[in-house]
Design a protein. Sequence first.
Length: 317
Amino acid sequence: MAAGLFEGQYVWHPAADDRVLASVCVDVRAGRYLSSRDALAETRGAFALRAHRSLVLASEAADSDLVERWLTEEPGPEAALMWARVAVLRALRAADVRDPRTEALERIALAACERATTVDPADPTPWVAKLAMARLHRLRDQAPRGLLTAPPGPWRLFAHVLSLDPWHREAHHRFLACFFPRYGGSVTAAWDVAAFLGQRAPADSPLRLLPLVALVECYDPTQLLADRVWEQPQWRSTALEIHQSWLPVVAGYPFTPVLDLAYLAHAMVMAGCEAQARAVFTAMGPYASRMPWSVFGDPAEQLSRARRACGLPVPAA
């Protein structure tokens, strides 16, 4: 789906140009779930779209009792999936702020994930939701061959998700997060896993972006010449290869992959490849994500700074 033209303002909503999803979000905020059921039912078998819609809807529903009412009044695979998504989101939020209710919320989330996997065993999405909580428990399965640091992690759970969908985007990102320093991993482990996963992916897959995601995650502004890292040949060539192989297929996506495009645009700007970055920003249209820009300052300011470097318009002050 081609993004709309930039008309002077950023659109930060995670639904981006999935108009069905944007409309359903309004219903969720009003306490209505029937349109959510229909929007998710039409994604059965379309796992990337199912993951995207269910994750965005969970962020809208997490602070209400909508999914609990839905599960009681009209149980089914969509209701079970949304309960898993919302329960996991609540558990992660609690863990991140050290809420004393974290352990209880984790138990609820695990039960919700188990229910969803039982209702629809072929759907990888509940397993991905479960994988999102793996960073809380430091699962230490042995790593497969091919990794320099051989970091232990939730490899078996990840392998099960891949058995259902080998190139599941969210699963790869959730898994990689388990190795981030802020979750108890290390810079070397994050880079090692990102390279391992990215190299396995098809050339036209957004998973090729994983090393660039790890680079942002491990960014340390206190290091000498930290902002010049993207100019190094290995990172510059990685970004250029993704630009050449993946960007051309984005127009055929059912929704604009704003977050992936943002990581690529950021890498291109930091590497001094403004012409290539301009094409990425054009593919993004008006849609914006807070990552990766928020790592470097105010996201709107950083995004505008990058667009100016490419000679593109920014919102009026």
